[in-house]
Design a binder for this molecule. Structure first.
Ligand SMILES: Cc1cc2nc3c(=O)[nH]c(=O)nc-3n(C[C@H](O)[C@H](O)[C@H](O)COP(=O)(O)O)c2cc1C
Length: 332
């Protein structure tokens, strides 16, 4: 089911709590390369949540579940009670989400204590129950997908985790190729996915440690997958999706320059200020600079300059300074 003859990989923008929110999704999907995004997880613990909760985390629901540039956004649910997850999924589908993703990978202690996220990797039968309940409760034309890791302490249960998830009837399975204990430490064990990607009836999406087009080539070779989910790499290099597509199609493309990134930072800051409150637009910007500095030394310098700024006007001055430097150096 994986191994298509199409050399162009399918790319998904990963769910990232506190980072990959609607403004970031809008910016990155506008640059291009992504076929789909997933929201940060919505925690389902004891109730059927009101629509406003889903609209807050996924404002795209007001736009037929798509970013402004038209990329579908699946809503991710995290919880351990099959009936409650199904009841919430029904609401999400009614609100018009193009798909629903189920989180079985979150390593956070608070989430795991209440039997959510990665802790469910210890009980593949419960993963089956949750996936099946959600699949059965939602219309057939609303895809249900799941995101797992290789296991909790080790990868000895990986085949079971994949089997139980897939036989529940879900439409696609994303695998973050590390265990919960491995957290986010490199490497990602892409070759583990090779054990399932060619034998199962649904697409398997590989995730973990894809920072460059050549990482994706190696992941593809080792995993046997044709679809990939990008998380931190997409934040470090805003044009990573577009660059991967161009690389696969052997189309020459210039990497995004620092001045272009600096313009994006201004747009990001302004969009967050307009959508939420100007004072809440400062931290997301600093957080993005921390990621960007892996690819752009100028981002490290800008972060050092702005890290103590608390006032939105001061932040805007610093950002404008970063873009003006560009104008001055271009004119010189
Ligand atoms: C800050 C942060 C927040 C994350 N939040 C979520 C989440 O809400 N749901 C989820 O399924 N995975 C979440 N993840 C995991 C990522 O989606 C992804 O699986 C992981 O970062 C590995 O991919 P990468 O090596 O490309 O970063 C998060 C990761 C990070 C670093």
């Amino acid at each position: 089911m994986n191994k298509s003859s199409d050399p162009t990989p399918r790319l998904l923008l990963a769910p990232m709590e506190g980072v990959m929110e609607s403004v970031m999704r809008e910016m990155l999907t506008a640059i291009g390369g992504y076929e789909r995004c997933v929201t940060e997880f919505v925690r389902v613990s004891s109730t059927v949540l009101p629509p406003k909760v889903f609209h807050r985390l996924c404002p795209e629901l007001k736009n037929e579940g798509r970013t402004a540039s038209g990329t579908p956004v699946y809503v991710q649910l995290l919880g351990s009670d099959p009936a409650l997850m199904a009841a919430n999924a029904k609401i999400v589908a009614k609100l018009g989400a193009p798909g629903i993703d189920l989180n079985f990978g979150c390593p956070a202690k608070t989430v795991n204590k209440s039997r959510g996220g990665a802790t469910l990797l210890k009980t593949p039968e419960l993963i089956f129950d949750i996936c099946k309940a959600v699949r059965d409760a939602t219309p057939v034309d609303t895809p249900v997908t799941a995101k797992v890791r290789l296991g909790f302490d080790d990868d000895s249960q990986f085949a079971d985790i994949a089997d139980y998830a897939i036989k529940s009837g879900i439409n696609e399975l994303t695998v973050h190729a590390r265990t919960k204990v491995q957290a986010y430490r490199p490497p990602a064990h892409w070759s583990q996915l090779g054990t399932i990607s060619n034998h199962r009836g649904i697409p398997i999406i590989a995730n973990g440690e894809i920072w460059t087009p050549s990482d994706l080539d190696r992941c593809r070779e080792q995993s046997g997958c044709d679809a990939f989910m990008l998380a931190r790499g997409a934040l470090c290099r805003p044009d990573l999706g577009r660059a991967i597509k161009a690389h696969a199609e052997s189309v020459p493309v210039n990497p995004m320059s620092w001045p272009e990134v600096a313009e994006l930072l201004i747009q990001f800051f302004e969009a967050n200020g307009a959508r939420y409150d100007r004072k809440y637009s400062i931290n997301p910007l600093k957080q993005w600079l921390v990621y960007l500095q892996y690819c752009y030394p100028q981002a490290a310098a800008l972060f050092a300059q702005v890290k103590r700024i608390r006032d939105p006007d001061d932040m805007m001055c610093a950002l404008l300074g970063a873009t003006q430097k560009r104008a001055i150096s271009a004119a010189a």
